[in-house]
Design a protein around this ligand. Structure first.
Ligand code: UDP
Ligand code: MG
Length: 312
């Protein structure tokens, strides 16, 4: 019998966990020919999440949990989950029930047909502001235009991954993770299924615009070097016009002499170039900072407890 791991990263999700567990159980009972493991990753929650997980495990041994030593963020919680998942396939699903567990039987069906990565694509996004939708669509189109890796738009982390995708992702140990891009990068047979995304069942989103901005920068810097090329491009264009301007100034001076003037144009050019240089330095800095972080080669996370046992 094949095992399917349902992996749930959870950060301060005390309000939804019982609800989630009930919904998952209902779905699991519809697909009898598999053994299910429900693997919850407690990402350093400050609320009662960990106690609820312990209680669920006590009542049901098919529930496992990994308790991280602090809050590492969803991307890291997911790699921790993949490291601990035992299944022949792993389904990643959010704790807040924004991803309907009812899609799981369909995912398994396609998996049996030979697909390695069955991902759920949002047809609609209920409960999100137009501004969030707009910024997100702009971000995706920018990312797609600047990288050769196909990026899946309107797709979250809700998906079924075959064991070989899991093994591939486990080999990618970069500390600054943009998992959504990695799913595309590893390749294998992909299949999309469409669904309508519900608003959160309870609790509140952990993403604010600052965090989303970070994730966007992460996405751009880990999948494209386009911003670095932009600096060279700016440099070339500006040098070209500067060159024309030099010829113009020299000719003018030779033909008509040079009364002292030019303070405004001088100031404009200096300020403009100064701005471009700072911007380019900033861009280089973003990449450099990432190189610095990756060269430290730190472990991605620490585990406090795995299934009632302290991890040393
Ligand atoms: N999450 C996590 N660590 C974090 C933030 C979030 O494990 O630091 C989990 C969270 O518990 C949920 C999923 O990631 O299961 C998605 O988070 P959320 O619903 O806040 O994001 P949104 O749906 O608004 O994008
Ligand atoms: Mg959510």
């Amino acid at each position: 019998m094949k095992t399917v791991t349902i992996m749930v990263p959870a950060y301060n999700e005390e309000d939804v966990l019982y609800n989630l567990y009930a919904r998952l159980q209902a779905v699991i009972s519809e697909v009898p020919n598999y053994k299910f493991e429900i693997l919850l990753i407690n990402d350093g929650s400050q609320d009662d999440t960990i106690n609820i997980l312990k209680q669920l495990r006590e009542e049901d041994s098919s529930v496992s949990y990994v308790d991280l030593s602090r809050n590492f963020g969803k991307e890291i919680a997911m790699i921790a989950g993949l490291d601990y998942a035992k299944g022949d396939a792993v389904i990643i699903i959010d704790a807040d029930l924004q991803d309907p567990p009812e899609l799981i039987p369909d995912m398994i069906k396609y998996w049996e047909e030979g697909y390695d990565d069955v991902f759920a694509k949002r047809r609609t996004r209920a409960g999100e502001s137009w501004f969030k939708k707009w910024t997100s669509s702009k971000f995706y189109s920018f990312l797609q235009r600047t990288t050769k890796v196909p990026i899946q738009e309107d797709t979250g982390d809700f998906r079924l991954l075959d064991r070989r995708c899991v093994e591939a992702l486990k080999q990618m140990r970069e500390a600054q993770r943009y998992t959504k891009g990695m799913f595309s990068w590893i390749g294998y047979n992909k299949k999309e299924i469409l669904f309508d995304r519900d608003p959160r069942a309870a609790g509140e989103t952990k993403w604010n615009y600052a965090k989303l901005m970070d994730l966007a920068i992460e996405g751009i810097t880990s999948f494209t070097t386009f911003p670095l090329k932009m600096s060279s491009l700016f440099g070339m264009i500006i040098s070209f016009f500067a060159f024309l301007y030099i010829i113009w100034i020299i000719s003018k001076t030779l033909l008509f002499g040079d009364p002292v003037s030019g303070y405004p144009s001088l100031m404009t050019v200096i300020l403009f170039l100064g701005g471009i240089q700072l911007l380019s330095l900033g861009v280089i800095g973003e990449y450099l900072g990432r190189i610095f972080n990756e060269t430290k080669q730190r472990p991605l996370y620490f585990v406090d407890e795995y299934n009632d046992k302290k991890v040393r």
